[in-house]
Design a protein. Sequence first.
Length: 593
Amino acid sequence: MKTRLALLTGALLLSASTLASHAEDSGSNVLFIFDSSGSMKKQIESGESRSDAAKRAMVAALSEMPQGANLGLLMYGHRRAKDCTDIEMISPIGTADGAAIAGAISNSQPKGETPIAASLERAAKSFAPMAGQSNSIVLVTDGIEECGGDPCAAARAIREAGLGLKAHVVGFTLNQQQRQTLQCVADETGGKYFDAQDAIGLTKALAQVSVTVRPQQPKDEPTPDLLAPAGGGMLVAAPNDEWTKLNDGLPDRATTYGGSGVWAFRDGKPATFHQFEMLIPKADQYNVREFELHAGNDGPGGAFTKIGTFEAQNLKMMQSPYQAFEFPPVTAKFFKVVFKTDWGGGYIAAYDLKLIGSVTEAAVDVTPRPMQTSVAIDLISPENGGALIAAPNDKWIVLTDGEAKREAVYAGASVYGFKDGKPATFSQFSFLIDEANQYNAKEIELFAGNDGPGGEFKSIGKFTTQNTKLFPSPYQVFSFAPVTAKFVRIALLKDWGGDYISALDMKLFGVPGQAESGESVEPTPTVVRSAVDVLSHENGGALVAAPNDEWLKLNDGMDERATTYGGEGIWSFGGKNATFSRFEMLIPGRDQY
């Protein structure tokens, strides 16, 4: 069975005099277990052997080890073939520096078997005098146990010995089944497992090891999480409500489906942050794999600067299930997370997120404010006297009823009048978007007019929505210079890639006005003492000439469709003269016919 390159950080049993010489050293004790078994002779895609790739990666990793760390090296399979006892302590902990250990590894040749359990047991004995210190074993391997031992049991014995010893494992070219047989070594001891499928991956994994084995400094206070509601963090934009679970501090699963979420900090102030943490409670095909972090100052829909692209590991870290990603300190008012890919499940599910940093206390509150006026109301709401007076179809009626009911309104424009037919002054339009959706309106244009729904209108401006839900209010707000008019026309021009536009609710905020001379500005119809519909059958109206029978439907008082094919029709008024001043035509919906 293939052998695995093993990297184990730990401490070798030292003499009393050696321990005393390190008593004042605040560094960690790290013992590397290097796999030099026969399977390391096999080639990888680059053409070099696994052994040569591992040697190069180890030399690089040893040069990056924390200053002051006490290093040691244990090796197996390097002297004899087919000998499970070929385990040798090359350098006891603290007796050689990184360069000397790198030289010993570079001069080794792969020959023998893979006694992982026995190597762990041998390494653990070295740490007995170091109990309570920062102790690590790092095992990198290209194979699994070949000598009848039980690595999981050996790791369990390490944990039960109470040495404070963690075993970290770097699996080199392992498949998933092989990896699971060694995952327990890290899990049992509170260490971490790193997966490396090629030379580049191995170098990256060992680079992470150098960070992992750094001793943890005691902290007087919990690390501040800028996203936590308790610290003032607030989700301000996301594709759906599931994203609200990502900063609630609970380990519940959120089906985000990917996309991006934007957070603001306490009191709308900027913050400086340097570390992002993501909870991965277990391996799962739906876990986040690749993601991006961004910072910005212009609001959730403004410009953002990319902090970096990162990749999470699809496994649970036992010391802490939060995977941490560091970057140079960034100061900004908004923080954006973009989920790019999963591990093959087809959509992304995530858990809790944290952002480590501090709020800039001297910053002023920059949260946008709604129009400040004591009498500003939603002018197009029926409750406030607003009235839909023209629209492509009946579906538009729901857009001002105050309910978040989605309707397929399609594209087009509607016209609204204000209370008592009087003009109003308005300066803010709000459009409800409750989730990311390809059918949401993307481009909207507002117009103002005074000559009725069929008269002239002047454009107020075009506005582009964000295809995401804003928090805490899902209404997206668009402000403009105050406009005074008797009618407002709202045109939904374009969606986000669907075949039609569906919408929920919209509002127009402003102040009701007064008509000139205090009178209604609606046109006054001609007053006739007994004005009636003179075409109606009930009032004696009769169709006397028309191109076809379909015309009979046009004065029967019913709202059925008549296919007239154009032409002209003539009506009489029961053989009598009639005086008339207004003609009305039913248009129940927009139609090319």
